[in-house]
Write a protein that binds this ligand. Structure first.
Ligand code: R5P
Length: 297
């Protein structure tokens, strides 16, 4: 039975790219809102006895989570053999501790929600910081794809003499990997976050910048304040304008425009989230991970 891929509206382009690598039946589903805002989900594809694969990058997770649950449950009720989720961007991973008394540890709570929703999960470079690995919080089988090979290949092909710069300690896990694969030097800055939009980043090592094109590399850009703070340090040094490379272009509000006006030469991202900055496709590694997962299902 050929697997059925159901993509959320924002993820159709990625789903089409993934489907070019695999024999799957690609469908969207119907999702409309009643006047009171409640969601109505409908599946028109025949999913009886099929392995169903939902593609939903989980930005705006509060809006998508309940429809995702309805979609998975409906697929099961219509006879699906299994229901899995490709969520290139996995939400809530940054709230991985109770930072203040009484706060939710959303990363764990959201993991439980997804565990109760689907049978397996494929994601890309989840923000692992205080949680060491996804298996520590997920019970279902999880495959984590690394975007590093695609990032390294893109940087190598597009940028002359790149020097990778990670804006904070957490970024070292991604930056070091890309640097190793692309045989590029890197350095890691220090970040001090006072609030959601109030961020300081330390100055890079000036001497090591000479002759290089700075490439600011981070896993997530949300408000853009982290990369803007790092870019302003570089601009203050009179280095070449940095190129920003991000895995997950969340970009809330006018963050993309603000980052573009902060002295950076270019902003590029993977297509883990549909965005105008997408330049690096993850469709192939996602298709490979899907092929392997379906073989085990
Ligand atoms: C957190 O440590 C992440 O790696 C990113 O640095 C962070 O999410 C970026 O957020 P913002 O764009 O809001 O500064």
């Amino acid at each position: 039975m050929i697997p059925v891929v159901l993509s959320f509206p924002d993820d159709t382009k990625l789903a089409e790219a993934v489907a070019k690598h695999l024999p799957v039946r690609l469908h969207t589903f119907h999702w409309r809102h009643f006047p009171d805002g409640e969601s109505l989900i409908a599946i028109s594809a025949d999913v009886a006895a099929a392995d169903v694969v939902i593609i939903a990058s989980l930005t705006d997770a509060d809006r998508k989570a309940l429809p995702l649950r309805f979609l998975a449950q409906t697929a099961r009720e219509l006879g699906a053999r299994s229901v899995g989720l490709i969520a290139p961007y996995l939400a809530y991973m940054r709230q991985d501790a109770r930072f203040h008394v009484g706060e939710a540890v959303s990363a764990r709570a959201f993991a439980q929600f997804l565990d109760q929703t689907v049978d397996w999960l494929i994601t890309v470079d989840p923000h692992l910081h205080r949680i060491a690995k996804l298996d520590d919080i997920y019970r279902m089988p999880v495959s984590c794809i690394s975007a590093a090979p695609e990032l390294a290949a893109w940087i190598r092909g597009a940028i002359v003499n790149p020097l990778l710069i990670g804006p904070d300690g957490e970024s070292e896990q991604w930056v070091a990997n890309v640097a190793r694969l692309g045989h590029m030097p890197y350095q890691i800055l220090k970040k001090h976050r006072r609030g959601d939009r109030d961020v300081d980043v330390s100055a890079p090592e000036r001497d090591r910048l000479r002759g290089f094109t700075p490439v600011l590399l981070d896993d997530i850009v949300s408000t853009g304040r982290t990369l803007i703070a790092a870019a302003s340090q570089l601009c203050g040094f009179g280095s070449l304008p940095p190129i920003c490379v991000v895995i997950h272009p969340v970009f809330v509000g006018d963050a993309y425009e603000r980052l573009g006006q902060s002295g950076v030469a270019r902003v590029v991202s993977t297509d883990s989230i549909l965005h105008v900055s997408n330049a690096i496709s993850l469709s192939k590694p996602i298709a490979c991970a899907l092929y392997e997962r379906l073989a085990m299902t």
